[in-house]
Ligand binder design. Structure first.
Ligand code: SF4
Ligand code: SF4
Length: 243
């Protein structure tokens, strides 16, 4: 673990206070290289009332992991703004209710491990103490548990844990670099959800797969259900695991 990361548990006192009064207010929203999860993108584009492709084009940059070949999406970097997040304003975050999980968690980091025998998920937390963040000067009785409750992070963590499970499956079954077409399947089923829906309903993407009508009805309008379905579709297409 890097030196500026301190292992903590849910019961640890954080001694941390983030507020507009802090001299560092908004500093953590600049000089970003922030990875966005599929659920981050879903929430952000819905907040802005945008379809997937215009959102992805305007706000994200895409590269592929050099060893895994997996698509990695980040906020598009703009040197003219000091690589600031496109959603930071003088008053703070303009998409606060739908901000990404890493913004909710900061200055905490969370990792998970899933037992192969029981499927049980274990969580691990660490505090990231970076010089630009002055929130650590303040003394509070805030525990890690209370901090997490205040950040409304449960939905993000549940969705992102499904992604982590998919990635660890990929690492086990296809440990090398994904081919272009395989990476495209990942991108379509997880990130480009409106195009995924279009291909399902208008281009017969699922022609050779039997999907119950109740599922089709749900994913026609429900983006979170479509993302869940996308994860199952990727598992089927890349690893042959039945949906
Ligand atoms: S989404 Fe909001 S909280 Fe996150 S970096 Fe951008 S402005 Fe900051
Ligand atoms: S740098 Fe730290 S204390 Fe300052 S606004 Fe960001 S999270 Fe809060």
């Amino acid at each position: 673990m890097p030196e500026d990361m301190i292992p903590v548990t849910r019961g640890t006192l954080m001694g941390f206070c983030c507020s507009p009064e802090n001299e560092c207010f908004n500093n953590c929203c600049r000089d970003l290289h922030q990875t966005l999860t599929p659920y981050d993108i879903l929430r952000l584009r819905k907040n802005l009332g945008m379809k997937s492709q215009p959102f992805l084009k305007k706000y994200t940059s895409l590269h592929f992991g050099p060893k895994s070949g997996l698509p990695v999406l980040e906020f598009k970097s703009n040197p003219a703004t000091g690589h600031a997040c496109p959603f930071v304003t003088h008053e703070g975050c303009s998409v606060y209710n739908d901000r990404p999980v890493s913004c909710r968690m900061y200055p905490l980091a969370r990792a998970i491990a899933r037992s192969r025998e029981t499927g049980r998920v274990s969580e691990f937390f660490a505090l990231i103490e970076e010089p630009h963040c002055k929130g650590f000067c303040k003394k509070t009785d805030l525990t890690v548990e209370k901090w997490l409750e205040g950040q409304d992070v449960q939905n993000h963590n549940e969705q992102n844990d499904k992604l982590m499970t998919l990635i660890s499956l990929k690492n086990r079954i296809l440990p090398g670099k994904l081919e272009g077409a395989q990476a495209d399947i990942f991108y379509l089923g997880l990130y480009d959800l409106d195009e995924f829906r279009l291909q399902i309903f208008n281009k017969k993407l699922l022609e050779s797969i039997k999907v119950p009508d109740t599922v089709l009805e749900k994913i026609l309008t429900d983006d979170e259900a479509l993302l869940d379905f996308g994860i199952s579709w990727v598992r089927f297409m890349l690893f042959g695991i039945q949906m």
